[in-house]
Design a protein around this ligand. Sequence first.
Ligand code: ATP
Ligand code: MG
Length: 364
Amino acid sequence: MSKIILTGDRPTGRLHIGHYVGSLRRRVELQNSGDFDEIYIMVADAQALTDNFDNPEKVRENIMEVALDYLSAGIDPDKTSILIQSQIPELTELTFYYEDLVTVARLQRNPTVKTELGMRGFGDSIPVGFFTYPISQAADITAFKATTVPAGEDQEPMVEQTREIVRKFNSVYNCDVLVEPSILLPQNQASMRLPGTDGKEKMSKSLGNCIYLSDPAGDVKKKVMSMYTDPDHLRVEDPGKLEGNTVFTYLDAFCKDEYFAEYAPDYANLDEMKAHYKKGGLGDVKVKKFLNNVLQETLEPIRTRRAEFEKDIPYVYDVLKKGTEKAEAKAAATLSEVKKAMRIDYFEDQEWLDSQIRKFETRQ
Ligand code: ATP
Ligand code: MG
C-alpha cells in the first residue's frame, strides 16, 4: 500500500514555534526521508472560517503567510503538494456524505472540540460548521487516502474520529475504498503541546501567546526574556522548579547538546543545567538568554529563507495553484469511488440505466 501524508494548518495567523515542534519540523524530515509516495499539506481556510466566518479578511490575508512559513521551514514543492482547502469542492462533498455516519453525541464527546468550544466562548451560539469540523477533517484526510498524519496531541481525537468514519463507511457500503490513517505524534513530550509564553496550556494563534517563526530576532528575545518561569524562584540561590516552567519546556523541545559548548559551556547538556537550576544558584535570566540563543539557531535560517521567498510572491502563488490542482485530481478520484460505493453514480453507470429500462418495461 502507498504511504501518504496529509497534514495542515488553519490560516488564522502566521505559524508559531508550537506548529514547528508539533508538526512542521517532522513534516520536513518525513518529506526528505523519501519514505512517502505522496505528501499533501493543506492550508485549511474553510476550517478556519468555521469560527472566523465573520472575519474573512483575516483568513485571506494569512494564506500567503502560512505558505511562506511552509517554504521557509523547508517544505519542498517538488516533493510536497501544498493545497488550499476551499478550492477543492470534492472535500466539501465528502464531508456532506460522512455527516450521515456520525452522531451528534459522538461529536459532543470529542475532547478537542469540547476544549475549543470553551475557549471560544460561543455559549448557546455554536456554529454548526464549527461543531462538525472533525467530520470535515475526516474528509480531508481520507480524500487523499492518507496513511499518516503528523500532528500535535490536540489532533489525536480528530484522527480517531476519522478512523471510525472509515470503518463505518467501508462496512456500511461493503467496500474497502477508504483508508484508516494513523497519527504521528512528536517524539518528545514537550513538543506534543507546546505551552504559550504566558505558561498557558497551549501556544495558540487564538490565545496570542506565540513566538512566530517569522518574528524578528529582537522580538523573539523580548518574548523570551518576559517568559513565564517558576513564580517561587525569587533569588538566584533559591532552588527552582522545572515542572510547569515554560523556559525549560521550550529547551526540552528545541535544545541540542551541541549548543552548550557555544552558549553555556559550564554544562555538557540539558540535564546538567536542569540539575543546577533545581539545586539553586542558576538565575532565570541566564537560562532565558541561553534559550534565546537556542531559538535563534533554529529560527535564523527560517527567517533568512523567508526573506528570499517574500521577494517572489508570484512563485509562491504558483506553488499553491499547482499543489491545489494536483490535490484536486486525487480528491476527485476518491470522491468518485465513494459515490460508486454509495450507489449514487447514476450517470457513470450504464448498468443503472439498463436496469431501470428493464424494470419499467416489465411494468408495461
Ligand atoms: P487556532 O488557534 O486557530 O486553532 P492553532 O495555533 O491551534 O490555531 P492549528 O492550525 O489549529 O493551530 O494547528 C495546526 C497544527 O499544529 C496541528 O497539527 C496542531 O496539532 C499543531 N499545533 C498547534 N499548536 C501547537 C502547540 N502549541 N504544540 C504542538 N503542536 C501544535
Ligand atoms: Mg487549533
